[in-house]
Design a protein around this ligand. Structure first.
Ligand SMILES: C[S@@+](CC[C@H](N)C(=O)[O-])C[C@H]1O[C@@H](n2cnc3c(N)ncnc32)[C@H](O)[C@@H]1O
Length: 345
């Protein structure tokens, strides 16, 4: 029988543990488990408040029988099906769908064997898809091919206490940004006015809005499918303080001059070309969270220089608040998040 655990990275575990003890949610009948850089606290949670406190502290609530056994079951299934317990293919699980990131030259037979082994180890999985090619175009979409199970590209995915529904083929979505969405949502003070540019199906905007119900969040998206799906996700999550706007950030921002306490810019490939719009919508001392691809070797220097240069030409300076590596992007590039404050002159 699966059992609920609060999964949390080791660095954040102390805070989560104190919440569990304070709210009486730690299940003392079961063992706390450690796996890689995570701690899994066995929990019994009554009430949405405790759930929210844990999610706010960075926990993911996962329903698993036994952390080590889950991994052992996986190894056994892989060995039985593939003759090895290393599949050599990265994958993401979105709800009941597995997305394989197989090399382009891997043959379909091998991909199907991997899918079979993964499904055996994860009985709740209904569909296996494989990524095809790179993210491309203005809408930042990519192709997926059907591999096994029920043939569907529609996903229902839970993250940080919210739920998102969308078709993988028609919009950008990456579960690898869940930490970032949790991080940003945790920084927003209730009552803030926030602009989320490049909002996709709404994960940044909705997670912020749910955590800060008195905030006002404007979420701008160009792709009509993603926009329609964002409207559905706003409804699914009862996030009525998000206003989705269909259109180009370059145009829509003109209607929100000096509106925002905080601006989120999750379009790493070209976000730097939207600094004019960030400035246009920012209040003095407004905070910007910009995502960008940078060369691993050079780090943030070039990005910060570009923003400072833009500031010089437009009468503002910046205070860098923090930065972090979000994920590797290619052999030479990483995606970074930079948080800075706009100080108008
Ligand atoms: C990398 S995705 C990020 C989606 C979303 N924030 C997320 O975390 O899943 C970038 C999104 O920006 C949208 N986009 C690209 N150019 C745009 C523009 N000029 N104005 C508004 N949206 C744009 C794309 O359609 C895409 O959905």
């Amino acid at each position: 029988m699966p059992m609920l655990h609060a999964k949390i990275s080791k660095e954040l575990a102390e805070k989560a543990k104190s919440i569990l003890l304070r709210t009486g949610s730690l299940d003392h009948a079961r063992k706390i488990q450690h796996r890689r850089s995570y701690i899994y606290f066995p929990v019994v949670i009554e009430g949405e408040n405790t759930k929210k406190l844990l999610i706010d502290a960075g926990c993911e609530l996962v329903d698993i029988k036994d952390v080590k056994n889950t991994h052992a079951d996986m190894s056994t299934s892989l060995r039985e099906e593939l003759g090895t317990d290393r599949i050599g293919v990265r994958y993401d699980i979105l709800g009941s769908t597995i997305i394989l990131n197989a090399p382009d030259d891997m043959d379909m037979e091998r991909i199907k064997e991997i899918a079979k082994a993964l499904r055996k180890a994860n009985p709740h999985i209904k569909t296996v898809l494989a990524r095809e090619g790179a993210v491309s175009g203005e809408y930042r979409t990519r192709s997926y091919r059907y591999v096994a199970g029920r043939k569907s590209f529609q996903v229902l995915y839970r993250e940080n206490g919210c739920v998102f529904s969308f078709d993988m083929r028609k919009t950008f979505f990456s579960s690898r940004l869940s930490f970032e969405r949790n991080r940003i949502a945790g920084m927003v003070r209730d009552g803030e006015k926030v602009i989320v540019m490049f909002a996709g199906i709404g994960p940044f905007a909705i997670e912020i809005a749910k955590r800060s119900p008195h905030s006002e969040v404007i979420a701008i998206e160009l792709n009509p499918y993603a926009y329609r799906q964002m409207l559905k996700n706003i409804e699914l999550n009862k996030a009525s303080n998000v206003k989705a706007v269909l259109g180009d950030v370059r145009e829509v921002c003109k209607s929100y001059r000096e509106f925002a306490d905080r601006i989120v810019m999750p379009l790493p490939k070209i976000s730097v070309s939207f600094l004019d719009q960030a400035l246009q919508v920012a209040k003095d001392r407004g905070i910007v969270h910009i995502y960008s691809f940078v060369e691993r070797e050079k780090g943030l220097e070039g990005l910060i220089d570009s923003i400072k240069k833009h500031g010089k030409a437009n009468s503002y300076s910046i205070e860098v608040l923090s930065s972090r590596e979000v994920r590797p992007y290619s052999a030479q590039e990483i995606e970074v998040a930079l948080d800075y404050r706009i100080l108008l002159h």
